[in-house]
Every structure is written in structure tokens, then in C-alpha cells.
Design a protein around this ligand. Structure first.
Ligand SMILES: [Mg+2]
Length: 325
């Protein structure tokens, strides 16, 4: 099932990449030259083998809020983020932490932080997109991209982060329909805010390579560009995620984004058991809960819901009305 592939794929990418964070290019392949090694979920750098990081933790927080309310309740998502941030997670993005610990209200915190810092285009809203992308996919492109922007804006004040997250949501939606997200790129770019279109067109273009990035891949543009590059230049879930981790830098997040996209394309059957087996997601601030692969699969199924595409239930209609306001 591709919804499970999206949520679980992002989580395994995150856990696979975490030990290699801030490391050099090619570190994963130097350690595991031949694909299929049982120890690939190796842990390190403070992470246990198979332990997912803040990327997946935040995706779960968004997903559980969506399931609980049946629609996007931004103040609730922000509250869940804040409780989590206060529980001292092992890792948390700089912008995300500044915004969530500011004490400012949910609808102002990221804007105030951006105003003061002028920094808000990290990949921290992109990394947690798997669950909301699955939930909003049946509502169509506009609702999907709009919800992505609003969830991104909870922690990221720069519209560049909103637009990148909206692009990722839409590419996942297309993949969940069984279509090729790469052929949907031109239409998706048309739906991007005009002031941000050119920069995304550059990093999403056919000939773009992560070596051409003008920022560290902790920024939203090269992170998304690298995930799309990994999908485009490989032929399986496994190879796409390996390629992402091998880029070095912000490996957990680039692989989490790649895993969401590749999981939506190839489905959960393509995820190696040696990756999903050790996977676990501790959830700080939730009374010691730890989610396993089966829990993430269950969450994905509940997010995908019984709603057939194009026929949102009552909660979805309410959401659509909110979008139009
Ligand atoms: Mg992380």
C-alpha cells in the first residue's frame, strides 16, 4: 500500500540516515559496499540501530492530530509540537526549537522568529510531511498544497519553506494516485507562488545534481532537489534512499524526504524488512511511548482513511470550507 510506503518509507530513511548526519559524501556505501547487508540500520552518533529522529517524531505528531480531529487543527498541532519540544528530544531543528520555545502564540511564533532572524528556510517542515501528505491527498491538489503551507508555517516563517513543503505534498499525492510524480513537476511548479517558482524549477530540473546546490542540504531547496534527484536517478526504494544517505550532510532529513517520496511511488512492499524490523520511534512528551513499524503502518491506514478520492467526508468538507476562507 502506497500510503504505508509513504509514512514508513520516510521513517526508515530517517533512521537509516541518522548515524551519518553531517558526515561526508559516500560514507554509507564505504561502510556497506554491497547492498543487502543485515546491519545497515547500524546506529551511531547517539542513535540506536533503527531509531528514528525528530523528522519522524514530528510527522507522527502531525498525523495523530489529523486522525484525532479528522481535519487540520493548527493550534492542536502546535501544542503537540510544543509539548514534544519541552520534553527534550534528542534532536530538534534550530528554527523549530526557537519557535516552539518562544512562548509566542501558534499563529505568530514563526513569523516573529523570521522577522527577527531572517532565517526560516530550513528543511524542518519538509522532513515531517509524510503523514499530512497522505491525509490530504484525497482532497486534491489545492487542498493538499494549502494544508502543507499552513503546517509548514507553524514553525517556518519563510515562504520558501511553505512552497517546498507544498511541492512535496503534491508530488506524494500524485504518486499515491499511481502516477509518476516526475512528470507532474511542471504542473506542480505552476502552482507554486510566483516569487519562489524559479528557484524550485532550478533544483527540480532533470539535469540538476546535488553537487550544484548553492546551500547546505539543511536548507529547503537542495533538500527537496536532492530527494527528487535520488528518485529520478534510481530504480527502487532501496537505491533511492541509499543514494540520499550517501549525499552526506543532513542525511536523516534528505533520506526521510526521499523515503516519503519513494515509498509513495514503490509502496510498502518495496521496503526491506532489515530496515523496517529494527525501526522504532520514541516519542518524547508522550509518556514514554515508542512506535514500531506496525504502529506507523496503522497510522498511515487511518490517515488514508475510508474516504474515496474526491469524496471527502464531513471533516473534509469542513476543511475545504476553511481553505476557501
Ligand atoms: Mg532529524
Amino acid at each position: 500500500m502506497t500510503a504505508i510506503g509513504t509514512v514508513l518509507g520516510s521513517a526508515v530513511g530517517d533512521a537509516l540516515g541518522a548515524p551519518f548526519e553531517f558526515g561526508p559524501e559516500g560514507a554509507f556505501t564505504r561502510r556497506f559496499p554491497a547492498p543487502g547487508h543485515d546491519g545497515e540500520m547500524c546506529g551511531g552518533g547517539g542513535w540506536d540501530p533503527g531509531e528514528a529522529t525528530d523528522d519522524t517524531q514530528m510527522a507522527v505528531l502531525v498525523g495523530e492530530s489529523l486522525v484525532r480531529h479528522g481535519r487540520l487543527e493548527l493550534p492542536d498541532v502546535f501544542d503537540r509540537f510544543r509539548r514534544w519540544a519541552a520534553a527534550d528530544p534528542k534532536d530538534i531543528g534550530l528554527q523549530t526549537e526557537a519557535v516552539l520555545t518562544s512562548g509566542d502564540p501558534w499563529d505568530l511564533a514563526s513569523a516573529l522568529h523570521f522577522q527577527a532572524s531572517q532565517r526560516g528556510a530550513g528543511n524542518g517542515s519538509l522532513m515531517r510531511a509524510s503523514t499530512s501528505a497522505v491525509f490530504f491527498a484525497p482532497h486534491g491538489r489545492d487542498a493538499t498544497m494549502s494544508a502543507a503551507r499552513r503546517i509548514a508555517a507553524l514553525t517556518h516563517g519563510d515562504r520558501a519553506a511553505w512552497e517546498g513543503t507544498a511541492i512535496l505534498h503534491e508530488l506524494i499525492r500524485v504518486a499515491l494516485l499511481g502516477q509518476d510524480p516526475l512528470t507532474a513537476l511542471p504542473e506542480t511548479l505552476d502552482a507554486v507562488h510566483p516569487g519562489h517558482r524559479a528557484r524550485y524549477a532550478t533544483v527540480l530540473a532533470d539535469g540538476w545534481h546535488p553537487d550544484l546546490a548553492t546551500e547546505f542540504n539543511g536548507a529547503v531547496w537542495p533538500c527537496l532537489g536532492s530527494a527528487v534527484w535520488a528518485l529520478r536517478t534510481t530504480g527502487s526504494f532501496e537505491d533511492a534512499v541509499r543514494a540520499a544517505v550517501d549525499l552526506g550532510g543532513d542525511t536523516d532529513t534528505v533520506a526521510a524526504v526521499t523515503g516519503a517520496l519513494a515509498g509513495a511511488v514503490y509502496g510498502d512492499a518495496a521496503l526491506p524488512a532489515r530496515w523496517t524490523g529494527p525501526l522504532h520511534v520514541p516519542l518524547p512528551g508522550s509518556g514514554g511511548r515508542v512506535l514500531r513499524a506496525a504502529d506507523l503502518a496503522d497510522l498511515a491506514v487511518r490517515l488514508a482513511g475510508p474516504r474515496p478520492a474526491g469524496e471527502p467526508g464531513p471533516a473534509g468538507e469542513r476543511q475545504d470550507r476553511e481553505e476557501r476562507r
